[in-house]
Design a protein around this ligand. Structure first.
Ligand SMILES: NC(=O)c1ccc[n+]([C@@H]2O[C@H](COP(=O)([O-])OP(=O)(O)OC[C@H]3O[C@@H](n4cnc5c(N)ncnc54)[C@H](OP(=O)(O)O)[C@@H]3O)[C@@H](O)[C@H]2O)c1
Length: 337
């Protein structure tokens, strides 16, 4: 059954997306073994439930190939015309260094061929080192490829507000993908207002903290490293430590559980709903371990309830006790630099 209309968002004039995007870092190998045929079969289940938008990257293991296989099988079952129902947003994450037209062409050519498309729906660009100004050359080349019809829309990931401003002055970008969750609300400080003023959307990741923001961890002792068996759980456990630690996180989970009970939803649903309601947010990316674990029906419930001002105030009372991650880490994406 398709989720109701609140699940859709007019991302660009030509792209309507699901507000929960399926994240494919989880197929990279860093989150357990993924069986390719099973993974592609499961992609149909996501699509048929209305979760038609995928977030991937050139370096997420087989993610771009899985999209290619999914598209081929989808066309065989439903016809080529219906391929336009699928939105696949990839990334290009080059190593720093000189960015020639040839290098950029080759990288985008590989993604086009792996994904089996003539034109990328969205190309999200990441750059590791701001001191290396070659990223501006890379973006100029990408803009030319866009002009030639190889890329429908250009976007960024993990750029801070200052560089987003610098880039947006020269090249139109439609979105910036950043970490955004109840514990990491750095995008609210500078990023969101800039995005609103410049009609740029935010795509949020890390919203479920790799699964830590769920009933599974409510009341549980602080997990030790070996128990955190995905790259995602390890990444966000570090973030919880920087934010305020496990005891405060348990207070947050307890409050979220009360709110979830009131609305007959889950802790994860409350965490995603809160971020979807923030200014400039187009969608939340939720990682999917395709063929291993699946939360399709559970996540569709995000679209069937609303948080009231009392809920938000209760949540923010707990969040006020945490450290300011803008002070600890810096603006969006600074954790990568
Ligand atoms: N641009 C970047 O630098 C960047 C960085 C990180 C991630 N991302 C993107 O964001 C995506 C999300 O990755 P993430 O690392 O941030 O992970 P996440 O979405 O915070 O967590 C994903 C995990 O949450 C659990 N989960 C999902 N729905 C749930 C529900 N309803 N209830 C309870 N648990 C639920 C699942 O765990 P189980 O599988 O164990 O059930 C799933 O594997 C990635 O795939 C990628 O596309 C981008």
């Amino acid at each position: 059954m398709e989720p109701a209309e609140p699940s859709r968002y007019q991302f660009t004039p030509d792209l309507r997306i699901c507000r929960i995007l399926n994240g494919m870092w989880q197929v990279s190998g860093a989150h357990g073994y993924i069986e390719p045929a099973r993974a592609v079969e499961e992609m149909f289940a996501y699509h048929n439930a209305g979760f038609t938008t995928w977030d991937l990257a050139d370096h997420y293991g087989p993610a771009e190939d899985l999209i290619g296989n999914f598209r081929r099988q989808f066309a065989a079952r439903h016809g080529v015309d219906r391929l336009s129902e699928i939105q696949a947003f990839t990334k290009w994450v080059p190593a720093p260094g000189r960015m020639t037209r040839r290098l950029v062409d080759d990288a985008i050519g590989i993604s086009l061929s792996r994904m089996g498309v003539e034109c990328l729906d969205l190309l999200q660009f990441h750059w590791w080192d701001y001191k290396d100004a070659n990223y501006l050359d890379a973006l100029e080349h990408l803009a030319k490829l866009q002009h030639e019809g190889k890329i429908r829309h250009l976007a960024l990931t993990n750029f801070d507000t200052e560089r987003l401003g610098l880039i947006a002055d020269r090249i139109p970008v439609v979105s910036n993908q950043v970490q955004y969750s109840l514990i990491d609300r750095r995008p609210e400080i500078r990023m969101a207002s800039f995005c609103r003023e410049h009609a740029i959307s935010l795509l949020a990741y890390g919203t479920l903290l790799g699964g830590l923001l769920s009933e599974r961890y409510l009341g549980s002792p602080e997990p030790r490293r070996p128990e955190l068996n995905t790259a995602s759980l390890q990444k966000y456990k570090n973030m919880i430590d920087a934010w305020g630690g496990w005891t405060l996180f348990q207070q947050l989970l307890a409050v979220l559980r009360q709110i979830a009970d009131k609305h007959r939803v889950s802790i994860a649903n409350v965490g995603v709903r809160y971020i979807l309601d923030r200014p400039a947010v187009a969608g939340v990316i939720i990682g999917a371990r395709l063929g291993v674990a699946q939360h399709i029906a559970a996540n569709a419930r995000v679209f069937g309830f609303a948080l009231d001002p009392g809920d938000v105030a209760t949540i923010e009372e707990v969040l006020a006790k945490a450290r300011d991650l803008m002070q600890v880490i810096g603006d969006c994406g600074d954790e990568y630099r």
